[in-house]
Each structure stands twice: as structure tokens, then as C-alpha cells.
Design a protein around this ligand. Structure first.
Ligand code: CP
Length: 305
């Protein structure tokens, strides 16, 4: 039985296969419409979500299956003190696969160790968000036609942004990726990520001002400041509008510099940028459904010929 706890659970070949499958699903949705007839996904969301939970549920329904679950720890027996280990044992009796989001780092890994069904990490605290990375990569591959030889700017809350951690660790496995980390000093990318890049000899730079580097970027990955991970509100208020990507800033970027964002957006991308053809953040959401359909099929070992 396979789980998806971190993108490193997959080899580069397996990632390519997954993206190929997602691309085929996009082209031929009817071919997959009954692939999961009779199957169920449980979405165990202890933390708020719009995209990830609904996208997993839509993915299973598009495959002919059904979805059940809870949205919020207070809706589950976690409110009475039940452990993640016990919850997943119970859910294994009801569903064929589970996607879990939790505020504690490592919760999905723990769930996988006690589960009788495949477990997907749908975000664990400030740690990782592997399926967001899969859809980010799928979007880049579809828009740029490759996953290597880029200068990618990653801007915003690089400390608490779990999507950033999964994305950097995964993109660093491809050839010729140069990272430009753009953040206020308080929200710099964690040392363990920098150590990993140093260890492997990858090139990166760190800076504070987006306007200083935007002209050289092939891709720009914006992120929001993660209010829910701050220890005090004052710091959040001081940092929340540190970056705002505007039409004016976009004018100095390359003509094919796509802008990605895991969403939700707060203020860090001005709504006037939405009409720019380089704004790819709503396309990412659509690719998220195809990638999650591909992941469900892969983890359940279902082949559609
Ligand atoms: N990108 C993302 O994880 O969005 P949600 O928090 O709405 O699931």
C-alpha cells in the first residue's frame, strides 16, 4: 500500500507518469468517469480549506466514486480527544482512501502508520503540502512545456508557507533550477531547506525587494503571509502587506513570466493582475483536480486502458 506524505515519496519517473496521466484525464475525462465506481474517499480536514478538500471530493466524484468526511476538528471526535491514529483506523472501515489536513506537522505521517488504506497529506501544519506541489508542477509543465532550467522567484512567507517547502524540495530535483527567495528577514526560508540546497549544490539567492529581481524571473510563485501560524497579531499586521504584486510591477517582468499562487490570496496580488494572461493561479486550481484524480488512481492501483 502506498501513501503520499511528501512529494519525495515519488521518483521523478513516477512524477512524470502522474503528470502524463493527469494530462490524459484533462483530454479524455469520459474515459475515467467510472474508474472508481463503488470507491470512497474520506476527507479528514482538521484545518480550514476551500480548494484542497473540495478538489479531492470533486476528483473522486469525477472518477465515479463518492466522498465523505469532516471539515473542522470541532465536527469530529477530535473535539472529544480522539487521536489521529484511532481516527484513521476507524475511517479505514468506511473508505478506500483518505486525505488528511492537520495543524500539526507529521500528523499525516502518523495517520499513514496506523492506516489500512492509502493516506494523502493534504497539508500538515507549516511543514508540507505535497498535492499542492503536484498541481504547481503540473501547471508549470503545461504552461512552459518543461520542469527544468528555470529561474523561479518565490515570494512572501517562506518560513511558514508549507506549499513553498514542498515546492522547493521537489523543484530542486530537476536540472538547472535557480531559486530566488524573496521575503522579509523574519519570514526567510527555513535553514533546513537552505542546507538541503547547499548539500546538493543548487544555486539560490535571497533578497528582500521583489522589484530588484522581477526582471530576471521565468516564474513567480507568490504566497500569502500565514496569519494562523503567527505567535502574535502585531507581527502579522506589520508583515501582511509587505508585498503587493501590481500591474505596474508586472510591466517590468518577462513577457512569459507566469505568476503562480497556491491561494487563498489576501492582498499580495492586486486583482488588476488577474486579467494579465500570465496570471496562472486559477488555472492551477483546475489542474489540481486532474492531478488529484491521477493520484487517487495511482494510489489505488487502478489502471484505465
Ligand atoms: N491551496 C490550498 O491549500 O487552499 P485551501 O487552504 O483552500 O485548501
Amino acid at each position: 500500500m502506498r501513501h503520499c506524505i511528501t512529494p519525495s515519496d515519488f521518483t521523478l519517473k513516477e512524477l512524470d507518469d502522474l503528470f502524463d496521466l493527469a494530462a490524459d484525464i484533462e483530454k479524455n475525462p469520459e474515459k475515467y468517469a467510472h474508474a472508481c465506481d463503488g470507491k470512497k474517499i474520506a476527507t479528514l480536514f482538521y484545518e480550514p480549506s476551500t480548494r484542497t478538500r473540495l478538489s479531492f471530493e470533486a476528483a473522486m466524484m469525477n472518477l465515479g466514486g463518492k466522498a465523505l468526511g469532516f471539515a473542522g476538528a470541532s465536527q469530529s471526535s477530535a473535539a472529544k480527544g480522539e487521536s489521529v491514529a484511532d481516527t484513521i483506523r476507524v475511517v479505514s472501515c468506511f473508505a478506500d482512501i483518505a486525505a488528511i489536513r492537520h495543524n500539526k506537522e507529521g500528523a499525516a505521517l502518523v495517520a499513514s502508520q496506523f492506516s489500512d488504506i492509502p493516506v494523502i497529506n493534504a497539508g500538515d501544519g507549516g511543514h508540507e503540502h505535497p498535492t499542492q506541489t503536484l498541481l504547481d508542477m503540473m501547471t508549470i509543465r503545461q504552461l512552459k512545456g518543461r520542469l527544468s532550467n528555470f529561474t523561479i522567484g518565490i515570494c512572501g512567507d517562506l518560513k511558514f508557507g508549507r506549499t513553498v517547502h514542498s515546492l522547493v524540495k521537489t523543484m530542486a530535483r530537476y536540472e538547472g533550477v535557480h531559486f530566488v527567495f524573496i521575503s522579509p528577514p523574519e519570514l526567510k526560508v527555513p535553514d533546513y531547506i537552505i542546507d538541503l540546497l547547499d548539500e546538493k549544490g543548487y544555486t539560490y539567492e535571497e533578497c528582500i525587494k521583489l522589484e530588484d529581481v522581477i526582471t530576471k524571473l521565468d516564474l513567480l510563485y507568490m504566497t500569502r503571509v500565514q496569519r494562523e501560524r503567527f505567535f502574535n497579531e502585531e507581527d502579522y499586521i506589520r508583515l501582511k502587506d509587505f508585498y503587493v504584486l501590481t500591474e505596474k510591477l508586472m510591466r517590468s517582468a518577462k513577457k512569459d513570466m507566469y505568476v503562480l499562487h497556491p491561494l487563498p490570496r489576501v492582498n499580495e496580488i492586486s486583482v488588476e493582475v488577474d486579467k494579465d494572461p500570465r496570471a496562472a493561479y486559477f488555472k492551477q486550481v483546475q489542474y489540481g483536480v486532474y492531478v488529484r484524480m491521477a493520484l487517487i488512481l495511482t494510489l489505488l492501483g487502478i489502471r484505465v486502458d
